[in-house]
Design a protein around this ligand. Structure first.
Ligand code: MRU
Length: 362
């Protein structure tokens, strides 16, 4: 893992059994650690984006499920955990890792009594988090080969949103190959899309890369096409919240436009994902639910007030103007050069995904 002054994971447990997270709303100017003490807090942490990013949403949901069992009684735990699962599933709709994690937790505790279920749920949540670290490292290894294969002395990567270590438990998906390339001595530089409206690129990806000492430049969301025309992007690397089995990907709003620009300029466009982000039930991107969030995220913006030294929100748009806030868009498989998974790189197609993940598919 790259050098860093902050916790090396986005979610972890303490010896006394607390579940802790980095509250990402405060990044990059404050490092706030929060403890999730109830299932309600886990739901809130996901929906209000204290934590975000598909794999981390999954890991948080797993711990939220555990908390649901912990706070119940021997008598009511079955009905309580059913309610908790419903609330978790409704907290954010697009990232499939959430449903994947809840399903996995549910399967683990079905036949147990409450005290057994509690122990099993703790172990399963920890397993989900540990596995994510391994999967993302695997993505990093395959992505590193891809970067080496570009045969460039200096590699300029463009990324959108935050598919970095704060979006997963540790390495990130799109950033794992970047970390490993940097460690391997490759001269790598990252164009970081700011990612309006919540600025996950400008706030979080930039913070992560700065901590790791990786050269990067924050750009406005609309600059990518210009940079590609000017030959200043060698590869686009992004994450995904849900990949349909035909290879269509849902990712942060604006990803599709980057893919179109990449296609027009013959820049390779790769999507990095762990298998937990594949929705085998989903035939194509048109079936993926697109989250619509509060218009206030568009009409207002949070930033660091240099005078007071604290985080502050200001209004951007006229009070009379309405706004709409789609969280994600679909990039059709035809614009995706390849999918970088923990099992290797494949075409964005059902056939290729099946070849890599035949066990999950059947
Ligand atoms: O709304 P967010 O910040 O949760 O969106 C995150 C993304 O779009 C990421 O690219 C995606 O979850 C992949 S994370 C490895």
């Amino acid at each position: 893992m790259p050098k860093s002054n902050s916790p090396d994971r986005s979610i972890w447990t303490t010896e006394s059994g607390e579940i802790q997270i980095v509250d990402q709303r405060y990044l990059p100017h404050e490092l706030v650690i929060a403890t999730l003490a109830s299932s309600h807090e886990a739901v809130q942490a996901i929906s209000e984006m204290w934590v975000r990013g598909a794999p981390l949403i999954g890991a948080t949901a797993a711990y939220g499920y555990y908390l649901g069992i912990a706070e119940a009684t021997d008598e009511n735990w079955h009905s309580h955990i059913t309610d908790v699962a419903k609330a978790l599933l409704a907290s954010r709709p697009t990232a499939v890792n959430l449903a994947w994690a809840v399903k996995r937790m549910r399967a683990k505790v079905t036949a147990a009594d409450r005290s057994e279920a509690l122990q099993m749920a703790w172990q399963e949540a920890a397993a989900i988090a540990e596995e994510d670290i391994k999967l993302c490292h695997g993505i990093g290894m395959h992505g590193l080969e891809l970067i080496k294969g570009l045969g460039k002395e200096k590699v300029n990567v463009l990324t959108h949103c935050n598919a970095g270590r704060m979006a997963t438990v540790k390495w990130g998906t799109a950033t794992a190959p970047i970390y490993l390339a940097h460690q391997a001595g490759i001269d790598i530089h990252v164009w970081v899309d700011e990612t309006r409206p919540r600025n996950q690129g400008a706030r979080i990806t930039a913070w992560e890369l700065a901590e790791a000492g990786i050269p990067h430049t924050v750009i406005v969301d609309n600059a990518g096409g210009h940079l590609m025309q000017a030959g200043q992007v060698d590869i686009c690397l992004v994450g995904t919240d849900r990949t349909a089995r035909n290879g269509d990907v849902a990712n942060k709003i604006g990803t599709y436009l980057k893919a179109l620009a990449a296609h027009d300029n013959e820049v390779p466009f790769y999507v990095a994902l762990p298998s937990s982000t594949i929705d085998w039930e989903c035939a194509s991107g048109s079936e993926i639910p697109i989250e619509e969030r509060s218009a206030e995220e568009v009409t207002h913006i949070w930033g660091h007030d240099e005078q007071s030294g604290s985080r502050r929100q200001v209004q951007l748009t006229p009070t009379a103007s309405s706004a709409v806030n789609f969280g994600f868009d679909i990039t059709p498989a035809k614009y995706v050069t390849g999918l970088i998974t923990e099992r290797g790189v494949c075409d964005a197609s059902e056939e290729s995904l099946r070849k890599l993940f035949i066990k999950n598919y059947e």
